[in-house]
Design a protein around this ligand. Sequence first.
Ligand code: F6P
Length: 331
Amino acid sequence: MQRIGVLTSGGDAPGMNAAIRAVVLTASQYGLEVIGFRHGFNGIFQRDFQLLQSTDVRQISHLGGTILKSARCKALPQPGGAELAAQILHELGIDALLVIGGDGSFRGCMALSHYYQGQIVGLPGTIDNDLDGTDLTIGFATALQTALDAIDKIRDTADAFERTFLVEVMGRHTGYLALSAGIAGSAEQIICPEYGETVDVADIAADIRSYQQQHGACSYIIVLAETMYPAGAAALAQELSVQSDTECRAVVLGHLQRGGSPVGSDRILATKLGAYAVEQLMAGHAHLMMAGEQAGQAVLFPLSLTGAQHKKADPFLLAWQDRVLQQHKAT
Ligand code: F6P
């Protein structure tokens, strides 16, 4: 093995730069050349790449975003797309490819594997924490902190005005971010897919009313996972205002959650998994595997299974939060 490729793909996640740094520094210990493809898999099709040396990754761990840029690639799933990408990788003498991304990117890896002869290894980079095979994904801890900082600030103004706020967070089809941010921010309600696919507006409105009867005029925060209310958070807030006869405002945190300097734990996770992925690659164990972490140990997990179980938010915390809600409904 002489030359490996690395790319960041899909939604960027804080910590991707620390992962790139770890890959490059570890590869250099083995005398490997690292080619960084820019803009995800598009960099392969467009032959848009750069040689990454140790000096290129100096002092990048604290940076949000990704120095390689990211994108969702339209060309790869097209008929002939994976074949062409594999052909270019072979022409460029890329012996193995490391892909830092989420499940869409890993599906791309699987498609590529039908034509590409080298090893393909995944690193879990997404704020959603929706991948099986790793306890946490790179970027989740930072996104959680960002969402929580916002919720704490919203709590201040909600308290001052005794208002109800609906805070929409990202997470795609899993409620990991919503549940975690909601619990850490002492949210009165958390609406996420794990509790059911539909939103019972009348039930929530009734709870807002009874909570405020019980505690007097006070703030009430609802954390809403994106995708739960197709008409959008503003429409739901409007509906809740009408049905609860209180003032409900919506805040959509959106892409704010993807940015910012990664928290320490994301930088450490990214470094550990980046280094581990290269080591396992050299040992010949990592083909079509994702480098993840389970119970503190770096592990390999089949890339094809990372989306199989549709990872759900922590069942213990889901049940606990539900009991808290039932308790204030009962009193
Ligand atoms: O997967 C990361 C993520 O930020 C999701 O939470 C969100 O649903 C999606 O990407 C948004 O994608 P885009 O930036 O393409 O709108």
